[in-house]
Design a protein around this ligand. Structure first.
Ligand SMILES: Cc1cc2nc3c(=O)[nH]c(=O)nc-3n(C[C@H](O)[C@H](O)[C@H](O)COP(=O)(O)OP(=O)(O)OC[C@H]3O[C@@H](n4cnc5c(N)ncnc54)[C@H](O)[C@@H]3O)c2cc1C
Length: 468
């Protein structure tokens, strides 16, 4: 097989040496829950969709598992190759064009978020979605339907994808959608592929909607002496008629660990919990007036004196601290960072439930999240992974059950990957899972694409989980 792969992509792009493969065996999942990679793997780096097609045909014929891989920034083990087979890195697919007339970007799968943003901004345009790690690649962002802090105003990746070129496990190349704002032609296979985490097809090229750049923005930090007051202010802001770009919730522990890790100082001296609200507008005056109105709402709900960053430098500093929270906590503290989403007005109730669970398990559960979207990331700490009682799993399932009671889901933006699949039965009923298995069977009859991430593998995953 190795020789055949070399014939497809060239000798240089087939890697079997373990040392050179090491970065491709992992992702950004917290270490205590990170899946173990398999041992017999080959890393292949195709240059275009024709080569991807040939690789998949070969793998499908011989029933060899294939693990599509983007930037490896995923948080739930999605790209980790857990069975012997092929790691398919899309990093060489780097083409990008901007169509100014139609306000669209046409980007190949391996373009990073950083490269996309730079190219779009060069043209004076704006690509709204911005998940926290800019080394994520376009293919991975689409495969995970990534969100990020700006989803409150602008929505998630799904809202921006207008066309996809994807290669099926059987090697056929699908071209779905286009530079179109409307398309009602048959079942929407494009939206089925978005968020399918590399289990249905390999995304090779994407058409993304762009917007003109917004004139001005400001970042406010509103401190609170009580985290319930902070979270309960969020629905009040949303009901007031303002839609900020972002409403993020952060607790003091998380921001201080992150700031220290960066060698920076968290600019707020008071408060135990914070809302970070970013507003944007067509003029400085518009932005200032929104800040004033939001400050008044926060004060009414016990917010302390807000800190308002107007200059780009001030705004970048707090954003940097916010974006670094996961990486800073991950070093020594995180066992598992959850990704719960509930209806936004129920966040306060979710927080109460998480407090109760934390005290039951005699631990602390720091919280950060995209509060405006109802999407919270409770951080389960390493001490829980180290105890012998299985408390990490128990606490996690209790949080999931509380989320379910509130009409919520186990993952708002990170996806199931390989670490959440075993608990998916809490949220999906039998019929829904049956339909999902059927869809997987139609796209990938031999089950070669990203095994371990798919509902198709659920019975085995569940049995394993219940044994543990
Ligand atoms: C510090 C930090 C902050 C983050 N913040 C956010 C956030 O705010 N919001 C958010 O949603 N996520 C966030 N993430 C998670 C992560 O960045 C996203 O999930 C991102 O979409 C992953 O993209 P990737 O290219 O790194 O994919 P990878 O990690 O390489 O892969 C992720 C999944 O996509 C599949 N895949 C990758 N490329 C393709 C392809 N071309 N075709 C088919 N399948 C493919 C893989 O098989 C895997 O299942 C954050 C991660 C970090 C480390």
């Amino acid at each position: 097989m190795i020789e055949k792969l070399k014939n497809i992509v060239g000798q240089r792009w087939v890697i079997t040496d373990k040392e050179r493969m090491i970065d491709y065996l992992t992702d950004e999942t917290a270490t205590p829950v990170k899946p173990k990679p398999a041992t017999e793997l080959v890393l292949v780096k195709p240059a275009n969709s024709r080569e991807v097609s040939k690789i998949l045909k070969l793998a499908n014929r011989d029933k060899i598992p294939v693990f599509p891989r983007g930037g490896g920034t995923g948080l739930c083990g999605g790209a980790i190759p857990t069975q012997n087979g092929i790691i398919l890195s899309l990093e060489r697919l780097k083409g990008i064009e901007i169509d100014r007339d139609n306000l669209m970007a046409i980007a190949e799968a391996g373009v990073t978020l950083k490269e996309l943003v730079e190219k779009v901004e060069e043209q004076g345009l704006f690509f709204p979605p911005h998940p926290g790690d800019e080394s994520a690649q376009v293919g991975g962002l689409v495969a995970c339907n990534a969100g990020g802090s700006r989803a409150l105003k602008y929505g998630v990746m799904r809202n921006y994808v207008k066309g996809i070129e994807a290669v099926l496990p059987t090697g056929e190349v699908l071209k779905l959608g286009g530079e179109l704002l409307k398309n009602n032609t048959g079942y929407d296979l494009m939206h089925l592929i978005i968020g399918s985490e590399g289990t249905l097809a390999v995304v090779t090229r994407v058409i993304l909607r762009l917007f003109p750049r917004v004139a001005d923005s400001a970042t406010m930090i509103i401190p609170y002496n009580n985290h319930h007051d902070a979270i309960n202010t969020v629905p009040q802001i949303l009901q007031s008629g303002f839609i900020p770009l972002t409403i993020e919730y952060m607790d003091r522990l998380s921001v201080e660990v992150s700031a220290e890790n960066l060698g920076l100082e968290w600019p707020c001296k008071v408060g135990v919990a914070y809302l970070m609200v970013i507003v944007e507008g067509q003029s400085e005056e518009d932005v200032r007036s929104q800040c004033m109105s939001i400050s008044e709402i926060c004060t009414k709900y016990n917010g302390l004196e807000p800190l308002i960053g107007i200059t780009r430098k001030e705004q970048e500093k707090v954003l940097k601290i916010r974006s670094n929270i996961y990486s800073a906590l991950k070093r020594n503290l995180i066992a598992d960072a959850l990704d719960i989403a509930v209806p936004p007005a129920s966040l306060g109730k979710l927080m109460d439930a998480i407090d109760r669970i934390a005290s039951k398990f005699n631990t602390v559960i720091p919280l950060v999240g995209h509060a405006g979207d109802g999407n919270l990331h409770p951080t389960l700490m390493k001490d829980m992974a180290e105890d012998k009682e299985g408390n990490l799993k128990k606490a996690k399932r209790e949080i999931y059950r509380e989320a379910l009671k509130l009409g919520g889901v186990m993952t708002g933006e990170h996806g199931l990957g390989k670490i959440r699949i075993a608990d998916v039965d809490i949220f999906l009923d039998k019929k829904t899972m049956e339909l999902m298995r059927g869809i997987k069977q139609v796209f990938d009859p031999n089950g070669i694409l990203n095994p371990g991430c798919s509902i198709k593998n659920l019975p085995a995953a569940l049995q394993r989980h219940r044994r543990e």
